[in-house]
Design a protein around this ligand. Structure first.
Ligand code: UGA
Length: 420
């Protein structure tokens, strides 16, 4: 099939290139010319394992290109909307880019003679596809949804750092479509997969995505809360996680206690769920607690540090700025609140990250960035580990310095783990 992606960000680019792997022809549309040029030159604008190789392969084979020309949509059969949905102050999601995409697509589709299917991929509050996107598309195109324009919602479950693998080996695919033909078109795109495909309505598909992230975030806050009690009792929360994970009803994944969850998805999507529930007159208590636990969690590291030393005038080395390993993404990284509190308490901070320093610097330019983990640790009074990059697991790095480990990255002589 010929596929266009609106948005050449993380989801648009990974999904587009993976569709090429499945044998489709893809154009990624973006309004930022520099990004389009970079992508067409084989340089991905984000760091993701395997992405550059995939990009170069499909550019060379001629199955893929990026473009700033919206009109190219007209030469394709299906368009995926993969734009960002940032948060407002109250946690609700800002749908302005979804609106822009729907406006532009609708206007273009007025000129198209054959049927076209529009698929929303962005994470959105349930009801967005049917109650927000559909009316815009209909109004702009002058066509009827379900007749000459197909509409579907197909959420993504890609993790940064393993996004290509997650796409190519999914547990399941969720397709929400309001008419059978759109369902067939989206199913056709995934024709070669053997995993279960769940067919639902667009609104159910949207809720499955939000609930999926809410469930995973809840597990993390739950194990962190258990972990804090374990720490107080001298129990290793990792052994407890292993023990409960052996119960088939619970399972072992996403039970890693630590400094809490960051990233562009869990905090935003849980807050979006809370905002929508409140808008409906409901009081989402569990999800609010998931956020509360997550906000308090990284600060436990400072409390542990203070058991050993007064912070005023000390130099603390922080290892890890990315919200998790194998990415340069620092959005909602738990390192931010920890640095903020260290500075407020009068400590000096040196930081290191193998991939994320440039991104972090855009938010906090005035702290000391070290060129290596070794240089960061040198001369520091204590070390905090915030991201479990493999290179931080070398215990020789630390000598007999105090290490407070928020991720279970290492075991050294002078050591405190956050939940063990
Ligand atoms: C998450 C979901 O896992 C994906 O399925 C989803 O598609 C994506 O959000 C999204 O909505 O786009 P991602 O944010 O890339 O993916 O990363 P995760 O691997 O889920 O990790 C999120 C955070 O949770 C990280 O800060 C990580 O350190 C933390 N985490 C994860 C824990 O603290 N403990 C765990 O056991 C697992």
């Amino acid at each position: 099939m010929k596929v266009s992606m609106i948005g050449t960000g993380y989801v648009g680019l990974v999904t587009g290139l993976c569709f090429c792997e499945l044998g489709h022809e893809v154009v990624c549309i973006d309004i930022i010319d520099d990004k389009v040029d970079m992508v067409n030159a084989g340089v991905p604008p984000i760091f993701e394992i395997g992405l550059e190789e995939l990009l170069r392969k499909h550019l060379a084979e001629g199955h893929f290109h990026a473009s700033a020309e919206y009109d190219e949509v007209l030469q394709t059969d299906v368009t995926f909307i993969c734009v960002g949905t940032p948060s407002y102050e109250d946690g609700s999601l800002d749908l302005r880019y979804v609106k822009d995409a729907a406006d532009d697509l609708g206007t273009l589709l007025r000129r198209k003679r054959t049927r076209h299917t529009v698929v929303l991929k962005s994470t959105v509050p349930p009801t967005t596809t049917e109650q927000f996107v559909a009316p815009i598309l209909q109004k702009r195109s002058g066509k009827k949804i379900g007749k000459t324009i197909g509409l579907a919602m197909n959420p993504e479950f890609l993790r940064e750092g393993s996004a290509i693998k997650d796409f190519l080996h999914p547990d399941r695919i969720i397709i929400g479509a309001s008419d059978p033909r759109s369902m067939q078109v989206v199913r056709g795109l995934y024709g070669s997969f053997h995993c279960p495909i769940l067919e639902v309505t667009p609104t159910t598909a949207e809720m499955i995505k939000v609930a999926n992230n809410a469930a995973l975030a809840t597990r993390i806050s739950m194990i962190n809360e258990i972990g804090n009690v374990c720490k107080a009792l001298g129990i290793d929360a990792r052994e407890v996680a292993k023990g409960i994970g052996m119960d088939a009803r619970i399972g072992p994944a996403f039970l890693k206690a630590g400094a809490g969850f960051g990233g562009s998805c869990f905090p935003k999507d849980v807050k979006g769920f809370i905002a929508q529930a409140k808008h409906l007159g409901l009081e989402p208590r569990i999800m609010q607690s998931v956020i509360d636990v997550n906000e308090a969690q990284p600060l436990h590291l400072i409390a542990l540090l203070e058991k050993h030393m007064k912070l005023r005038g000390k130099t603390i080395a922080m290892l890890g700025l990315a919200f998790k390993p194998e990415t340069d993404d620092v959005r909602e990284s738990r390192s931010f609140p920890v640095i903020e509190l260290l500075l407020r308490k009068g400590a000096g901070v040196k930081v290191h990250d193998p991939k994320a320093m440039a991104n972090f610097k855009q938010f906090l330019p005035d702290i000391h960035y070290s060129e290596s983990a070794k240089a960061c640790v040198k001369g520091a009074d204590a070390v905090l580990i915030m991201t479990e990059w493999p290179e931080y697991s070398n215990s020789k790095l630390y000598g007999d310095k105090l290490v407070i480990d928020g991720r279970g990255a290492v075991k050294t002589k002078n050591y405190e783990g956050i939940c063990w």
